[in-house]
Design a protein around this ligand. Structure first.
Ligand code: AHG
Ligand code: MN
Ligand code: MN
Length: 337
């Protein structure tokens, strides 16, 4: 029975930076996720955590009380460790700079963290899995020498991530992460508050069987996406695939990575740039996807190669096992001809 901490130490040779700083970063992620686990599990009992906060966030979406709680809990937890110098959150318009950690001289241990504190907000009230997604970089070399943090530290290309992962608050609470050495999952034992290794080295199975897309938008999709949906439904070879979509990226992705399936959130007539956020949702999930042997693309380019231009940038998003993602790309390319 490996705890997360033991596993990180055991695999320290695969991490090119300070393992101590990684452990400190993880201790803040673990602490915040346990706080959220606790609240989520009593959500039916206390009204203070369910429902709208009455505010609209930067994306024009209704902010839920739990969005707010998760944002504050993670930000406080990161502030209280010495290793994070900047935070960007889906729930905050601007970047959060932690001055005291920018200005001290231990420059090599400075992480930039981007989070979607609560993913799947629409599912909070109905006991469907929700999650937290995190993406971590080092601050850029120039910032280290000048001891400043700028927006450029946050707009790094996804391939530069040093750590990415998510926590799923589902039938159990599971933390899944990668430092570029495979994807590993740890289940929380709530009775003692420890995360134990339960899913070592997760890989997408090759016999893909699932497609996940909000098909209610069918007539808003491009011709290629619509043709692909019909391909998934065809009675041929190992098809039809099963349709599974709950509307929590973390929940849909976790299932697809374990059982084998493609997740698609394309651009639509009403969201021409896509819906999901490149920095908080797509980059970390794309990092895990490549580490689990799959592909993540916006339809034209690998997600991890997109140069971000803005903090809250959106992108079309497709991820899953290589075979089926390549099949979808054939439909998209055919459409372009
Ligand atoms: P968030 O709750 O962080 O705003 O994210 C919601 C996202 C994602 O989790 C999910 O896959 C997608 O929105 C669902 O969107 P639709 O309801 O349009 O399908
Ligand atoms: Mn989200
Ligand atoms: Mn969110």
């Amino acid at each position: 029975m490996y705890t997360l901490g033991e596993f990180i130490i055991e695999n320290k040779d695969h991490y090119p930076y300070s393992i101590e700083s990684l452990l400190r970063l993880f201790s803040s992620i673990k602490l915040a996720s346990k706080e959220i686990h606790k609240e989520v599990n009593k959500a039916g009992l206390t009204r203070k955590i369910i429902g709208s906060s009455g505010k609209v966030n930067i994306h024009g979406e209704n902010q839920q009380k739990l969005d707010n709680f998760a944002h504050k809990t993670f930000v406080e937890s990161f502030k209280n460790r010495d290793v994070v110098c900047g935070i960007a959150s889906e729930e905050s318009k601007n970047i959060i700079i932690i001055e005291k950690h920018v200005n001290n001289n231990i420059s090599e241990d400075k992480y930039i963290v981007l989070i979607d504190p609560l993913d799947g907000s629409s599912n909070i009230d109905v006991n469907v899995p929700i999650g937290t997604i995190f993406s971590v970089y080092y601050k850029k070399k120039k910032s280290i020498s000048k001891n400043i943090i700028t927006i450029k530290d946050f707009l790094q290309v996804g391939r530069q991530q040093v750590l990415a992962g998510y926590i799923i608050y589902g039938s159990s609470t599971i933390l899944v992460y990668s430092i570029g050495n495979g994807v590993h999952g740890f289940t929380l034992d709530p009775s003692i508050g420890a995360f134990y290794l339960s899913h070592p080295n997760i890989r997408f199975p090759n016999n893909e069987k699932i497609y996940s897309i909000n098909e209610g938008n069918y007539y808003r999709f491009s011709y290629g996406i619509r043709k692909f949906i019909k391909y998934c439904q065809e009675e041929k070879e190992n098809r039809p695939y099963r349709a599974r979509y709950i509307g929590s990226l973390v929940g849909d992705y976790h299932r697809n990575m374990i059982h084998g399936g493609i997740y698609i959130y394309p651009k639509t007539a009403s969201s021409p740039k896509g819906k999901l956020r490149l920095l908080y949702e797509c980059n970390p999930i794309a990092f895990l996807t490549e580490q689990a042997g799959g592909l993540a693309t916006n339809g034209n380019f690998p997600i991890l190669d997109i140069i971000p231009k803005a903090l809250h940038q959106r992108t079309p998003f497709i991820c899953g096992p290589k075979n089926i993602v390549n099949k979808l790309k054939e439909f998209i390319n055919y459409e372009k001809k």
